[in-house]
Ligand binder design. Sequence first.
Ligand code: SF4
Length: 507
Amino acid sequence: MSKEICLYRVSKIKNPDVKLWMCFPSVYSFSLSSLGYLWISKEFDERDDVFVERVCSDTSSTCLSVKELDFIGFSFSFDLDFLNIFKMLDKYSIPLKAEDRDDTFPFIFAGGPVITANPMPYSKIFDFFLIGDSKNVNTTVVDVYKNNRDKTKDEILNILSDIEGVFVPKYPKPVQKSTTTLDCCVYTPIISEDAYFKDTFILEIVRGCSNCCAFCLASYLNLPQRNVELSKIIEALEIGLNFTDKIALLGANVCTHPDIDAICNYLLEKMSKGKKIEMSISSLRADKLSPLIVKTLVRAGCKTATVALEAGSERLRKVINKNISNAQFVDTVRVSRDNGLKGLKVYCMLGLPTETMEDLEDLVKFVKTLKTDFKGFDLSYSFSTFIPKPHTPFQWCAREDSKSLENKQHYLKKEFHKLGLKASFSSVKWDYYQTVLSRGDERLGDYLIEVYKNGANLGAFKNSAKGLLDVSEFVGEFDINSDLCWDIIKVKPEKFALISEHNRLLH
Ligand code: SF4
């Protein structure tokens, strides 16, 4: 195959009305595996009146200069993306703070899950934010701008602040998250051998997850769960498989697509007719992993898969609304082994609300049983720590003290070592600062600029707060009756429903 294949028609306009950079806060190869970023770039690119240039952290030259642009948009998917965003702004001599940019600078905006959840830490940096996932918002922003370009930047921002799904920090008002109906299958519109997932056609078949685990932002931020119609998935697969053998099905919970069996049967039939397919699936839910899904994965070259157990004991799994019993999990391991997988990576979280050492002891007993019952099957474990996320029923919960989390990690490392099991652990210290970023407010802006200037290592996160603010206030328990800075972003379920779910699970 050629180096890079573009699966859509790029508009060949000579005099575009609107010129924009879509920026990706990492290297080019990662951008080529980022579905959301590529799709929004494509949507702009297909308009005859918009010229869009994709710019990444390692882009060496651009067609347009900053002063020729109307907009610079950033994709913001991970908490720490702000560091590369600042670096990119610096690289093009753009002041980091919105107040330091006059009308000669383009509008700087951001969108993505981090922003939709809580844009407030970045409110001093960007001119506006796209909240949610609707294509109509992007289109409306461009149209509103075109119709008002004779006005000042401030006047235009004021007008933009009235669009549903747009949040303008300078003109703050409650903003409803925009939600797309997902009436088409979203896929990587470029297939490239330079992509991080080389030559892979990634398609999203499910958005959101109706299981509503109480810590899960991917679920709560994307409700209701939207399933792409089977015919549209098949149509997309036909397009992708014309150009590559590698496909990846994406979604918070792919196994719950109502037509997952039909999708598997379609792929199995293709393979039985001689078509080579290599497939991966982003995430699997332990209680939904059927023999057919495993057979399809194995036939398509998968050796291992990842499933989430989350919490060590059945009690704690109930508390977090992940109602998977040990028996169901054992079944999942059996189905995986009996249908050809060589192993499973098991994902767990430490420090979930109400967790005690007893839950961890239960986990150790359980993994010991699994080891004995499934000799030769490669089970490995990975542990992150709980980070309370906005718009979830656990948004008010405290993050467990770092020392206590490190003690728990130490205990598990020792026990897993004794059992001869592989286990990896996230950094408690970095997860602490991710909590600060998740639940921080607008005061974080100056702090984040300091962190960036001081080298952005752990020491910088620790020392840059001095004299500015006390970041520990974003890590403790929040009063359930207090106003939260992200309340300005209106999502469903509403706050009263989150309070009721919080109380149901924890009291
Ligand atoms: S099953 Fe997975 S994706 Fe769904 S809510 Fe739970 S953790 Fe989130």
